[in-house]
Design a protein around this ligand. Structure first.
Ligand code: DAH
Length: 355
């Protein structure tokens, strides 16, 4: 009997001292596991007789049940505690606001390229492309630009390599050459893209954007050029009337050449296109020089046409009231959020919903 009382005392105190699941499980296996102390004591029953045996067995069973209950209830206590801890840590607060869905913005330059492409697309111009890294021939020579021309100066052009054969294109006009060299007339293309010059101030950046236009066919004349530009400018600036003037100019690759100004006025410090008596230069154009056509193996006794080059960044600045060109390229997300455009496929109820 002493042994039973002794074990009871021992295990009760061990159970008391177990302060975590691991410890109590150890106590359990010490009591009832293989060679467990309580389990072992059952063997002793066979060594006893009569009343002693009966009493011993009955007390031992009581001890077993008692200790077993104590251990099990402590185990379930610890398990419950563990579950509660997990629940409180993993708790989902359903009252928190949902995570905002964020959308990026379209850069004004990309937006304007899309608008320009759509407008010219409506009247039959295809989009052509050329590389930013051009050869000297396509950028200058084929465009009738002689070696002494100031555009070829080191101060204006980024040359790559030593012998000035490779450069960053200074305009999108080489796409005219690439288009005519790789196909047969008629040609009716626009070519938007990046262009580069050694220049940097409020209205000039080393990289900027242009869109080139080229229309070559049998009877294309300057009247068509005027009509197309008039149509484009009205559509682009979303006005019904426009004042437009062709100012005689010079480009090596056109003859005659002109620069085009559009009328504007200042209202509350803002430029309003189409009215007023002030003039703003927006593009260069002309009839493609016969030398350029010959360089591209176009038969000049059958074909002729016009070309134009427009500064895209300038269009964006004018249309959307942005006054520092450099801000276009500073990659400031706050700027983009202010001046950028929502992608067309954002559902209306998400518009303006960003970070
Ligand atoms: N390439 C000229 C420039 O960058 C712009 C230009 C003028 C393009 C007249 C043309 C054109 O196609 O006909 O200044």
């Amino acid at each position: 009997m002493d042994e039973i009382l002794h074990l009871e005392k021992e295990f009760k105190s061990k159970i008391d001292q177990s302060d975590n699941l691991h410890k109590i499980e150890q106590v359990k296996s010490e009591a009832f596991g293989k060679n467990g102390k309580i389990g072992e004591l059952f063997k002793k029953i066979t060594t006893l007789q009569g009343e002693d045996r009966k009493n011993f067995a009955s007390n031992l069973n009581k001890l077993k049940d008692n200790i077993n209950n104590l251990i099990n209830s402590k185990i379930s206590l610890f398990e419950q505690e563990e579950i509660n801890k997990k629940l409180s840590e993993d708790r989902i607060d359903v009252t928190l606001p949902g995570r905002p869905i964020t959308f990026g913005k379209i850069h004004p330059v990309t937006q304007v390229i899309d608008e320009v492409t759509a407008i010219f697309g409506e009247i039959g111009f295809l989009v052509a492309e050329g590389p930013d890294v051009e050869n000297e021939y396509n950028n200058f020579t084929a465009l009738n630009t002689p070696p002494h021309h100031p555009a070829r100066d080191m101060h204006d052009t980024f040359y790559l390599g030593q012998n000035k054969e490779i450069l960053l294109r200074t305009h999108t006009s080489p796409v005219q050459i690439r288009t005519m060299m790789s196909g047969k007339p008629p040609f009716k293309i626009i070519a938007p893209g990046r262009t580069y010059r050694c220049d940097s101030d409020q209205t000039h950046t080393p990289m900027f954007h242009q869109v080139e236009g080229l229309h070559i066919d049998k009877n294309v004349n300057m009247g068509h050029l005027k009509g197309v530009l008039d149509y484009f400018i009205k559509k682009f600036f979303e006005v019904d009337k426009i004042k437009m003037r062709f100012r005689p100019s010079h480009f090596p690759f056109t003859e005659p050449s002109a620069e085009v100004d559009i009328g504007y006025e200042l209202k509350d410090g803002k430029i309003v296109i189409g009215e007023g008596d002030k003039w703003l230069e927006i593009l260069g154009c002309g009839m493609v020089h016969p030398n350029v056509l010959k360089n591209c193996k176009v038969n000049t006794s059958v074909y002729q046409g016009y070309a134009f080059g427009i500064g895209i960044d300038r269009l964006a600045m004018l249309k959307y009231g942005i006054n520092d060109l450099r801000s276009f390229f500073e990659t400031d997300v706050r700027w983009l959020e202010h001046y950028g455009f929502d992608p067309l496929d954002i559902p209306a109820n998400y518009r303006g919903y960003s970070r």
